[in-house]
Design a protein around this ligand. Structure first.
Ligand SMILES: NC(=O)c1ccc[n+]([C@@H]2O[C@H](COP(=O)([O-])OP(=O)(O)OC[C@H]3O[C@@H](n4cnc5c(N)ncnc54)[C@H](O)[C@@H]3O)[C@@H](O)[C@H]2O)c1
Length: 339
């Protein structure tokens, strides 16, 4: 029998979709999630309920920062492949609750890479973020440009993960791939993210807060495309890059460790106002706009350069926002029965 895949954050938005995809292709999946109350735990439980009906899914409700608890999960299941998505997400909340980010994202990450070391892990794929690009204004964002100027502690913890990953890949030969996700949206999405908040408000005929006075663009990426990228990356472990030059080091690969950083984005930035327009079309209602200034820690534009991801793992995202937003609206209306 093949070893199970460990997915952390399995009751989360992306973790849920990833777990389903892995189960659908016949994998056994062990999930870890503490179902914390950063947003409505009932939504996390509803996702988890969908996974628990599957006979090949095992769940552990556990805090990632609990090193001995995580070690026990590794000792019980011996996962050789890991998809680490459990983290305190959200750019803005990191200004309010910095300690949570260090606990879940840094201490939690250490628990997972220590587990991977003990288990003789064949590949560990983990979530990083487009926020890592921070003050970098060179568009599109490419991992080979590096990411050294984070604007929030959230981004800083994710960059810390990338650095911790390099050290463990080097010291212990564990292949590690960091995936920088760009604004992921879709069914079962997060209530703290724009699409969810906008949909809820528009259906209640309430105004929506539009930051940057709407003059922003995002590389909105449909969740199925992200999951396809995660699974493709998982199947093709990171290797040492023989062409890497230590005197002019490429920040996205390594000559001394099986380690790499890849973007997972649509590669197609969409103006925020166009995103809202598509949502209005799908809902059949007009939004009342409350134009607001930029928020602290936010960047104006994001755009993913996905050429290296295509070359490394054959990743080619395919879902336009017109399709993806429609699928979100269908899910939302069905799940909350507000239509
Ligand atoms: N959604 C996006 O647009 C986006 C963009 C960039 C990066 N990411 C990253 O992708 C990953 C998944 O994000 P998501 O959108 O699915 O978020 P999510 O909040 O829906 O999922 C994260 C899950 O991890 C769990 N979790 C958090 N801290 C934990 C802890 N200490 N112990 C155990 N479980 C814990 C949460 O309960 C949650 O279910 C995260 O690492 C996030 O930082 C997401």
């Amino acid at each position: 029998m093949s070893h199970p895949v460990l997915v952390t954050g399995s009751a989360g938005f992306i973790g849920f979709h990833t777990t389903l995809r892995l189960l659908e292709r016949g994998e056994t999946v062990v999930g870890i999630d503490n179902l914390n109350s950063y947003y409505d735990p009932a939504l996390k439980q509803a996702r988890l309920d969908q996974l628990l009906v599957h006979p090949s899914y095992r769940h552990h409700t556990l805090d990632l920062a609990d090193a001995s608890g995580v070690a026990a999960v590794f000792a019980e299941h011996h996962p050789k492949r890991i998809v680490h998505l459990g983290a305190q997400a959200g750019v803005r909340y990191s200004l309010e609750a910095p300690g949570t980010y260090v606990s879940s994202n840094v201490t939690g990450f250490l628990s997972i890479i220590e587990g991977a070391r003990a288990a003789g892990c064949e590949h560990l794929v983990y979530a990083s973020t487009s926020s890592a690009y921070g003050a970098n204004g060179k568009l599109p964002f490419a991992p080979s440009d590096g990411a050294n100027h984070p604007l929030t502690l959230y981004a800083a913890t994710k960059i810390a993960n990338e650095a911790m990953a390099h050290s463990y890949a080097h010291l212990f030969g564990i292949p590690l791939t960091g995936l920088r996700f760009f604004t992921v949206y879709g069914p079962w999405g997060r209530p703290d993210m724009a699409l969810f908040k906008f949909t809820r408000a528009i259906l209640k005929d309430e105004p929506i807060d539009v930051y940057g006075e709407g003059r922003m663009s995002r590389d909105f990426t449909y969740v199925d495309d992200i999951v396809t990228g995660i699974v493709a990356a998982l199947d093709q472990p990171a290797t040492v890059n023989p062409a890497w030059d230590a005197t002019a080091p490429d920040p996205s690969t390594s000559g001394v460790a099986p380690w790499r950083i890849l973007n997972l984005g649509a590669g197609q930035p969409v103006p925020l106002m166009r995103y809202i327009e598509v949502l209005e079309e799908k809902l059949g209602r007009k939004a009342k706009l409350n134009l607001m200034p930029m928020q602290e820690g936010d960047v104006v534009n994001t755009e993913a350069d996905v050429s290296a991801t295509l070359a490394a793992i054959g990743y080619a995202p395919s879902t336009p926002v017109e399709e993806g937003v429609g699928r979100f609206v269908d899910w939302y209306c069905n799940f909350y029965r507000e239509n």
